[in-house]
Design a protein around this ligand. Structure first.
Ligand SMILES: *[C@@H]1O[C@H](CO)[C@@H](O)[C@H](O)[C@H]1NC(C)=O
Ligand SMILES: *[C@@H]1O[C@H](CO)[C@@H](O)[C@H](O)[C@H]1NC(C)=O
Ligand SMILES: *[C@@H]1O[C@H](CO)[C@@H](O)[C@H](O)[C@H]1NC(C)=O
Ligand SMILES: *[C@@H]1O[C@H](CO)[C@@H](O)[C@H](O)[C@H]1NC(C)=O
Length: 275
């Protein structure tokens, strides 16, 4: 109890510190320049104003969803995602209207995993994204910074001292510092949960919402086993590739809504934080 209280005080203090900072909408909607090499692209993007906290209403609302840019990385691939929206009918070609089509791998960009992603029996039983609990996806959430020199192991999880009763946690890692979601190529050296880290969370916390800042909640080396640990109970919801650029650790009201894709084991998801 005392620990929980101290923890809350600390969070309130850090929230107060945040509130005193000058807040202004940081989003620059000018298109990113088309450049030829990855090095140039990365340098260009890192200097771009888009890689910033995106806040609205004097900082009341923070968008933690990545925009679907054609140059966004694909998991474990040298190709970026490319165009996910394209015109099927266009006024420029004489049509009465413009009409676009969306074509996307459901685990692209900021997205959610359903239990059927890695358990065939859950897939067959219909545990798709439309079965995900909106109560888990919406409510108070803690954003924590994790140590930058390790993956999220059992030892790291223990060191974070996340109190029992906390149900939603978003883990901000080295991935955000490295701006991995702003690279054109998928990077398999991202930070995420090891299998023992996932097991520690399942065994020792009440966390049901796990959010991370790259395309997978599990490290590349532990890709399947760590996912299996999380998805086994069907109680934990995994949201991947959240946009945490400039977001301060603390407590927020989290709101996430997946698309109602019947039969799909994943979905793009829009997540925002409200202070
Ligand atoms: C990653 O990509 C390589 C090369 O295409 C492929 O051989 C490998 O199976 C992929 N691994 C995963 C886990 O997707
Ligand atoms: C418009 O017409 C051009 C030339 O026929 C064609 O290449 C293009 O795909 C068309 N675009 C759409 C959106 O219909
Ligand atoms: C319709 O699509 C064309 C490209 O074919 C684009 O130039 C135009 O701005 C679009 N118009 C609207 C109203 O979206
Ligand atoms: C995390 O694990 C991946 C392998 O899955 C590795 O490439 C990476 O260097 C590790 N990151 C840290 C910070 O230890």
């Amino acid at each position: 109890m005392a620990q929980l209280l101290l923890f809350s005080l600390f969070q309130l203090l850090s929230l107060a510190a945040m509130a005193s900072q000058a807040a202004h909408p940081a989003y620059d909607d000018s298109p990113l320049c088309a450049v030829s090499t990855d090095a140039e692209l990365t340098a260009d993007i890192i200097s771009s104003k888009s890689v910033k906290l995106e806040e609205y209403g004097n900082g009341r609302i923070i968008d933690i969803t990545h925009a679907y840019r054609p140059d966004m990385p694909n998991f474990n691939s040298t190709d970026s995602i490319g165009m996910v929206v394209s015109l099927r009918e266009s006024m420029a070609n004489g049509s009465l209207y413009n009409l676009s089509e969306l074509k996307i791998v459901v685990h692209t960009g900021t997205h959610v995993d359903a239990p059927g992603h890695m358990y065939q029996e859950y897939y067959e039983a219909g545990f798709d994204v439309d079965s995900l609990d909106l109560v888990v996806l919406n409510g108070p959430a803690l954003i924590v910074d994790v140590p930058r020199d390790k993956n999220i192991t059992a030892e790291v999880m223990e060191s974070l001292r996340i109190p029992r009763g906390v149900r939603r946690v978003i883990f901000r890692t080295l991935n955000t510092d490295r701006k991995l979601m702003w690279k054109r190529e998928g990077d398999t050296s991202y930070v995420a949960f090891t299998t023992d880290g996932a097991q520690w969370l399942v065994d020792n916390t009440d966390i049901k919402f796990v959010g991370v800042d790259y395309l997978s909640v599990a490290t590349f080396d532990d890709l399947i086993p760590a996912h299996l640990v999380f998805l086994k109970s069907r109680e934990i919801i995994l949201v991947e590739a959240l946009k945490l650029d400039g977001v301060k650790p603390g407590i927020y009201s989290l709101h996430c809504l997946p698309l109602r894709l019947v039969g799909a084991e994943g979905s793009p998801i829009r997540c925002i934080l409200i202070k």
